[in-house]
Each structure stands twice: as structure tokens, then as C-alpha cells.
Unconditional design. Structure first.
Length: 502
């Protein structure tokens, strides 16, 4: 612990983002070039070093937050880096992308402002690379076992790195042309520049992980044959079954799934296109869906030069204070402003979101292009349309950000490996495996097919980047135990663990 009275003397001061107009003129991260260290070290000193640090429970990775807070407060970045890497393979990802449920679980949050944990984590993660604290860690010896990892999102990357470092020969297969999954093509550069992803991939390549891009396992490559060639397999293909909006007019041109839109925008940043084939430039844009993906679409549309952007959220507008039904340390549903919402408010002066609203239908022009969206207010719980509340808003580009309902159905991968779905629509993971061992590490991720494990959103459903990394680490632990009979790899979560809820 540093100053035992720091939390009493020092007010919470998050790191400020760049000015709105400045960041709307480029695609750089919202914090790019900000002076983090003096402010972050002071804020880390607010950590109380609680007897029971509930921030550990708020994070599925079990990050050792009070420990690296103390080191950051003293400016001991090497020790902070070691403590951060002890539980998290990719803190530069989580420090930028995670909504920080650890902050809402901070003991200070009971009756005060929590520690700026996310800012501290990002600062340590950046110092790790600036000071050379992330050298490749190739294994001292090889086990002679081979593992195929399918999918290169955060879960697949974490599983691959853990298994490679344990001495197994790992080949990671990705159907896209570049490694990274949604980190590459789903997350806009203004939230995380791809250089952070690229240098981790180079680190993993130096450690011995083999990358195979442009290979759709189950289509381009028979999954059964791939399983036969390896001693074990980890499935980390994500939850990419996109939810639809079955309303009249859905077939009109100009209505796109949000992830398709974001992928094209990211491909422009990668140099694949001079400009996006689907752009918001000069258009009235409507985003259907109030979650993080919708916010990413909002920030992207603003940077592309949209005339206006409206984001529809079927949920009622949350209050500013934590509701009694969601007590500390639960991550509460409160009114939150993302960087994209801040940018839209700066331009228009109002929140771009319309709460308690639902789409009734779309109208188009004679050429079949969408031009209007008819919406209605809905009842808060039943979500039934309220009478006499229908109105029309202009819509020349509509983005459906309705989330995902699990892994893609009926794929060759699913059929060839005999994977089944659970009652949530995700790949089923066999709980009978839990009876084989009393140890927690052995209860994670195995399917009913021998030697095949499922990690991340494919088994859990749509979730946060911290859950994906935790699942990748846990699946690696279970796979290592399956291959060798024992393991020292950590398993921070089990297949049935869920976020802390009321």
C-alpha cells in the first residue's frame, strides 16, 4: 500500500480524452498522445488495498489490481508489468476495450468514486512495450503434443499463447485474411489501434505459435481430418450468428448488419479499400441497437461524415444512480456515455440515443433504397408499442446492431466435429468432465467429443473481452491437463461461471 489516506485526499480524475473535434478528424485512439503517467500514478495511490479486494471478483481474469496499483503509484513499472501479466495475456487490449466492471466492484464505489483502474491498466500495458518488458517467452522444451486452435479472437489467441508457452506445438487457424477476429475487423481503430494487435502476434510467432490465415475449417479444410492430425483442438470461433430485424422493408438497399459495416471500415484502415463500399458520408444514419457495437458504429459514422446519426435503444433510459435492485459490487445498468456518444453530443448538443423505441418498418424510394424508418415508443417491460407514438425519421443508411445469438449454425465445422448446441444456443460443453477430477482447472471447456475444447463466445455467448481471455486461459489449462495428465496453467473461470448479477 502507498498512502493509506490517499483515497481520502485525492479525488478521482480519469485521464481526459482528446478534444472531440480533434479526434473526429482522424482515426487515432481517443487517448492518443495523452500524458498518462503523472496522473495515473497519483490515481493509483487512491487504492485502499482492501482486506477483501472485490475488484478481483468484478474481473473474471482475477487481475491482481491492488498489487499493480501499488507498483504504479511508486512508478515501478517493471513490477507492475509482472503482476499484470500474471493474470492477463493482453492487458493492452483489455485496458482499452473492457468496460471495467472491476471499477464498479471497487470497495470505494460503495459510497465514493472508484479507483480509475482501467486508466492504470492501460498505462502499465503501454509501459510494458515502451520499456521492453514483453519479450517472447518460447518454451524451454517441447512436449511433442500438437494442438489446433480454430479462431483468432482474444479467446483463441490467449489459448494459443498459453499452450505454446507450455511446450505444445500450436497451429492457429483463421478464416479471414488477417489474424485477430473481432479485434481486427470488429473494433474500430479509434478504440484500439491495430499496432497493439500486430506486436502481440509477432511476439506469439517468435514464441513458436504457427498462424494459418484464409483457412475456413469445415469448408476449406475438413475439421475431422484436422482433428486426426492433432492431439487436441480448441474451438474459439466466437458468436457470429447475427440477430435479424424481421420488419417490413428489411430487404431495401442501405440496410446492413453492423459487423459487416464495421469490417469494411476497418479494411479501409488496413489498406484494402481507398474508401468503404458502405459509407455514412453525406447520409442520415440510423443505428438499431443500444449496445457497444452500436456505439462503435456511431463513432465510425461520425468520422465518415454522416449528416446525422440516431441510435435506437429498446431499453428505457437508465438513471444516473445505481438502482437498489443492483447493489454493489454488481456492474449496474446506469446512464453511461461512451466516447462516441460524447462526440455526437458535441456536434448536435443532445444524446443521439432514443430510448424505449422500436422499429416498425422501413420505407424506400422507387429505386428500392431505404429513405425512412418508422419507429414507436414501447412499454418498458413488455416492450409493446405504445398507441399513438409512431413517428418517422430520415434513414439513408441503417445499421443493425442487435447482437449475436451464438456461433454460426449448421457450419461444416459443427457438423464434422459433432458439436451440439446448449439451451442458450452456444456450443455445448460436457459437464460430465467435471466428475473426472475434483480440480477446478479440469472443469473447463471440454465438449462431448474426445480432445475437443470450446473457449470464448462460442461456448459462453456474446460477452466481454476479459471473459474471452479468461476462457482462453482456462481452456488452455484443461487442454494441457488432457494432454499431459497435469497442468500448472491457471484456469480463472469454468464453463458455467457467469458475471456477478443480482
Amino acid at each position: 500500500m502507498t498512502d493509506p489516506f490517499g483515497f481520502l485526499k485525492i479525488p478521482r480524475r480519469p485521464v481526459p480524452a482528446r478534444p472531440v473535434e480533434e479526434r473526429l478528424s482522424d482515426w487515432n485512439e481517443v487517448y492518443a498522445g495523452q500524458a498518462l503517467l503523472p496522473l495515473v500514478s497519483e490515481q493509483a495511490g487512491r487504492c485502499m488495498d482492501c482486506g477483501i479486494p472485490f475488484c478481483h471478483s468484478g474481473c473474471p481474469l482475477g487481475n491482481l489490481i491492488p498489487e499493480w496499483n501499488a507498483y504504479a503509484a511508486r512508478g515501478d513499472w517493471q513490477a507492475a508489468a509482472e503482476r499484470l501479466h500474471a493474470t492477463n495475456n493482453f492487458p493492452e487490449f483489455t485496458g482499452r476495450l473492457c468496460p471495467a466492471p472491476c471499477e464498479d466492484a471497487c470497495v470505494l464505489a460503495i459510497n465514493a468514486d472508484p479507483v480509475t483502474i482501467k486508466n492504470v491498466e492501460q498505462a502499465i500495458a503501454d509501459q510494458i512495450w515502451e520499456r521492453g518488458y514483453a519479450p517472447p517467452q518460447p518454451p524451454e522444451r517441447l512436449s511433442g503434443k500438437t494442438v489446433a486452435v480454430i479462431g483468432s479472437g482474444p479467446a483463441g489467441l490467449a489459448a494459443a499463447q498459453q499452450l505454446t508457452r507450455a511446450g505444445h506445438t500450436v497451429a492457429l487457424y483463421e478464416r479471414a485474411d488477417r489474424i485477430g477476429g473481432l479485434l481486427r475487423y470488429g473494433i474500430p481503430a479509434f478504440k484500439m489501434e491495430k499496432r497493439h494487435l500486430d506486436r502481440r502476434i509477432e511476439q506469439m510467432r517468435a514464441e513458436g505459435t504457427k498462424f494459418r490465415t484464409g483457412v475456413d475449417v469445415g469448408s476449406d479444410l475438413d475439421a475431422t481430418e484436422l482433428r486426426r492430425r492433432h492431439d487436441a483442438m480448441v474451438i474459439a470461433v466466437g458468436a457470429m450468428e447475427q440477430r435479424e430485424l424481421p420488419v417490413p422493408g428489411r430487404e431495401l438497399y442501405g440496410i446492413h448488419q453492423a459487423m459487416d459495416y464495421l469490417t469494411l471500415a476497418n479494411r479501409v484502415r488496413e489498406g484494402d479499400y481507398a474508401s468503404s463500399p458502405v459509407t455514412a458520408e453525406g447520409k442520415h444514419v440510423v443505428i438499431v441497437g443500444g449496445g457497444d457495437t452500436g456505439s462503435d458504429c456511431l463513432g465510425t459514422a461520425l468520422r465518415q461524415g454522416a449528416v446525422s446519426v440516431v441510435q435506437l435503444d429498446i431499453n428505457p433510459e437508465p438513471g444516473d444512480a445505481r438502482p437498489d435492485t443492483e447493489p454493489w459490487p454488481i456492474y449496474p445498468k446506469v446512464y453511461r456515455i461512451s466516447h462516441a456518444h460524447e462526440e455526437a453530443r458535441g456536434r448536435e448538443g443532445t444524446d443521439p440515443r432514443v430510448f424505449s423505441s422500436a422499429t416498425l418498418r422501413f420505407e424506400g424510394d422507387p429505386a428500392g433504397h431505404v429513405r425512412e424508418l418508422h419507429l414507436t415508443e414501447v412499454e418498458p417491460r413488455a416492450r409493446r408499442p405504445r398507441p399513438d407514438t409512431e413517428r418517422v425519421i430520415p434513414a439513408e443508411l441503417v445499421l443493425l446492431a442487435l447482437g449475436f445469438s451464438g456461433p454460426e449454425r449448421g457450419t461444416g465445422l459443427m457438423k464434422q466435429l459433432g458439436l451440439t448446441l446448449d439451451d442458450r444456443g452456444n456450443f455445448a460443453r460436457d459437464e460430465a468432465f467435471a466428475a473426472e477430477t475434483a480440480e477446478r482447472a479440469g472443469r473447463t471447456g471440454r465438449t462431448r467429443t474426445e480432445g475437443i475444447f470450446v473457449a470464448g463466445d462460442a461456448g459462453r455467448g456474446q460477452s466481454l473481452v476479459v471473459w474471452a481471455i479468461a476462457e482462453g486461459r482456462a481452456a488452455a489449462s484443461a487442454t494441457d491437463r488432457y494432454l499431459t495428465g497435469s497442468t500448472v496453467l491457471p484456469a480463472p473461470v469454468t464453463a458455467k461461471d457467469r458475471p456477478l448479477v443480482a
